[in-house]
Design a protein around this ligand. Structure first.
Ligand code: ARG
Length: 461
């Protein structure tokens, strides 16, 4: 038979394949709570503006509450014939309360309805993501404080560069996740406008009160342009863009954890709770959680590109293309939530092997810059010349198979006769790290200052 919502104009029902490509109920049922909340606000407003009677409103609200509990009890029979969550709910409402159900859709279209439901879903998800980011930052702050003085190699090109502290390295990630948190808050602020009442695209002739529904649904006001309102999915794109950048950060940290936890590096040991074994090699402890966090980035970034591509070139206003917005966002949100939680657990649980870090920090002549700086500071020679002198000291140490700090004073004096015993005070990795007290540098006191800054910042709402 033909459709019960628009059957008036149709002689026959849809082809099976039409139903298959058209129906979104298999995934958009996730929006049931937002759909019902939006409909209750709409019905309430319709009664307050005398568009429907108080009696019909009461029936509608009661019916919608019944439907919500049916869905939550798993007693609701979702139907693909009814296409999407909006029509599934409305059809059930009509079974429950009869003709009054037909008044709910007055001055409303599925176009503004879906824009509202989806925006409220994304809003809740962005809030959850912000809270998860906060938890990860807090764990990193605790580890940074604990390891403000723990020396490790800092890398460029993944080659040992200069000694840094593990706390400083943790705080680099705090900065990254802090920007992610701020991006989540920014997109929440921009999506804080209510689409309901834009109707199909042109607004409505009924005397609705969009300010009332906006307020009831927790928005600071209604959207300003009805055509834009039903065409706009920026809120979803922005959420996914912020999610993608965040996932990219997570992937870099995950990659470092994979490297650090190899027996060759041995900088960290992952807890059993965040590792897996091998079915054949009994000695193995694999960083699967870190690898999966690294991999989730692929689908999160892919989802962003998928929706950007759906929206590209779409004429105003609504086109059914926009129904393809949901799965991408659902998947991105779910993947990011998992990745954030796994990273938070891993970082909280992992053992930091300070001895292995320190040993590695001293390899590869990592204090060469300190020697050059000492020559500039103490002997007043130009940096470029100091660079050259230090290069010769490194070559000599390499020839002898020792670290810079193990060269004798006479070895060093054979390269530059101004060098004194005092030079050894900058050649250890601890002294090197402690000397870098410039604002934002790696010295323990600077790391502690960064930690204080972020604790204060996070305490603000
Ligand atoms: N299921 C649709 C979606 O997700 C709802 C809006 C349908 N509107 C329409 N004009 N066909 O986008």
């Amino acid at each position: 038979g033909s459709n019960q919502m628009w059957g008036g104009r149709f002689a026959t029902g849809p082809a099976a394949i039409m139903e298959e490509i058209n129906a979104s109920i298999d995934y958009d049922r996730k929006l049931y709570a937002q759909d019902i909340e939006g409909s209750i606000a709409h019905a309430t407003m319709l009664a307050d503006t005398h568009i429907i009677s108080a009696e019909d409103r009461d029936k509608i609200v009661h019916g919608l509450n019944t439907i919500r509990s049916e869905i939550e009890q798993g007693e609701f029979a979702f139907s693909r014939k009814l296409e999407d969550i909006h029509m599934n709910v409305e059809a059930r409402l009509s079974e429950l309360i009869g003709p009054a159900a037909g008044r709910l859709h007055t001055a409303r279209s599925r176009n503004d309805q879906v824009a509202l439901d989806f925006r409220m879903w994304v809003r809740a998800e962005a809030e959850k993501t912000a809270a998860a980011l906060k938890r990860l930052i807090e764990v990193l702050l605790a580890r940074a404080e604990e390891h403000a003085k723990t020396v490790m190699p800092g890398f460029t090109h993944l080659q040992t560069a200069q000694p840094v502290t593990f706390g400083h390295h943790c705080m680099a990630y705090v900065e990254m996740f802090g920007r992610d948190l701020s991006r989540m808050r920014d997109c929440l602020e921009r999506m804080d406008e209510c689409p309901l009442g834009a109707a199909a695209l042109a607004g409505t002739g009924f005397p609705i009160d969009r300010h009332q529904t906006a307020q009831a649904l927790g928005f600071s006001g209604p959207t300003r342009n009805s055509i834009d309102t039903v065409s706009d999915r920026d809120f979803a794109l922005e959420f996914m863009a912020a999610a993608s950048i965040c996932a990219t950060h997570l992937s870099r940290m995950a990659e470092e954890i994979v490297i650090w936890s190899t027996p060759q590096f041995g900088f960290v040991t992952l807890s059993d709770a965040f590792s897996t074994g091998s079915s054949i090699m009994p000695q193995k402890k694999n960083p699967d959680a870190a690898e999966l966090v690294r991999a989730k980035t692929g689908r999160i970034n892919g989802n962003l590109v998928a929706l950007l591509t759906v929206m590209k070139g779409l004429p105003l206003a609504y086109s059914k293309d926009m129904q393809e917005d949901k799965e991408a966002v659902f998947d991105a949100a779910e993947s990011l939530e998992l990745a954030l939680a796994a990273m938070t657990g891993m970082v909280a649980d992992m053992t930091v092997n300070a001895r292995a870090m320190k040993k590695a920090a001293g390899s590869g002549y990592s204090t060469a810059t300190d020697l050059a700086d000492w020559l500039v500071r103490e002997l007043g020679i130009p940096f470029r010349e100091a660079h050259h002198v230090t290069g010769r000291a490194v070559a000599l140490a390499e020839e002898k198979g020792v670290g810079l700090e193990k060269l004798s004073l006479s070895d060093l004096q054979s390269i530059h006769d101004g060098i004194t015993e005092d030079v050894f005070s900058v050649l250890t990795v601890e002294k090197s790290a402690a000397s870098r007290k410039s604002f934002g540098g790696t010295a323990p006191q600077e790391v502690r200052r960064q930690v204080r800054y972020w604790k204060k910042k996070l305490a603000k709402p």
